[in-house]
Every structure is written in structure tokens, then in C-alpha cells.
Design a protein. Sequence first.
Length: 122
Amino acid sequence: DNGVNPAWRNTVLHAIAATLWDPTLEEPQIKQTSDTLTFDWMQRWSDVSPGAGAYMSEADYIESDFTQAFFGSNYPQLYELKQKYDLLVLFYAHTAVGSEDWEMSEMILRNLPSQNDNLYRK
């Protein structure tokens, strides 16, 4: 018994989608490119593979359903264990177990959490 998303036990394909943009573009154009990856291309993968998972270290930074994608049916038990053993909330990552209890103070392009900002309890 472990925290790996059970979907990984039955997977037949691990695919990585990515996009890039010209850094000289204006912010709205960069945001549109980022949003297309997350809310169009990645949604298509989700639509054809319901209940599938994603590898947290290579996943979309703003995965909308990260608890299902990264942890699947294990999430409730993992959250319970985190509440029990990490009382001081020492272990944190943007889309790790319990991260939905926090929010970041700074966003890049209005939807991408900055890696260099402060965390606040919701």
C-alpha cells in the first residue's frame, strides 16, 4: 500500500504535452498560449482517459483536478495522514497533499503560481 495513484498500475501510455512562446510577446498572448495547453489540449487528454493520472513532477503546474490526477483514490487517506503527522505543515509543494488549504500571494500571467512567493492559509 502506497501513495502512488492507482491509475499508474494500469496505464499503457505516459505522454507529456508542452508548449512554448516567444518571450517578446505581450502578456495576454503568453497567457493565451498557457491557457490553451491547460484548458484545451490537456482537457482533451482528460476527456479520452477518465480516471487516469499524471506524474506530479512532469504535470501541468495548474492542473485543475490535481488530487485525482496525482493521487487518485488514495487522496483522502493521504490527506488524513498529512493532518495527523505534519501538524506544523513542514512539508509543502504547490500541488502536494494538503496544498488546497493554502494560496500563493503572487501569480504570473494571472493564473500561474509563482515559485518565489509567500504562502497563506485560506
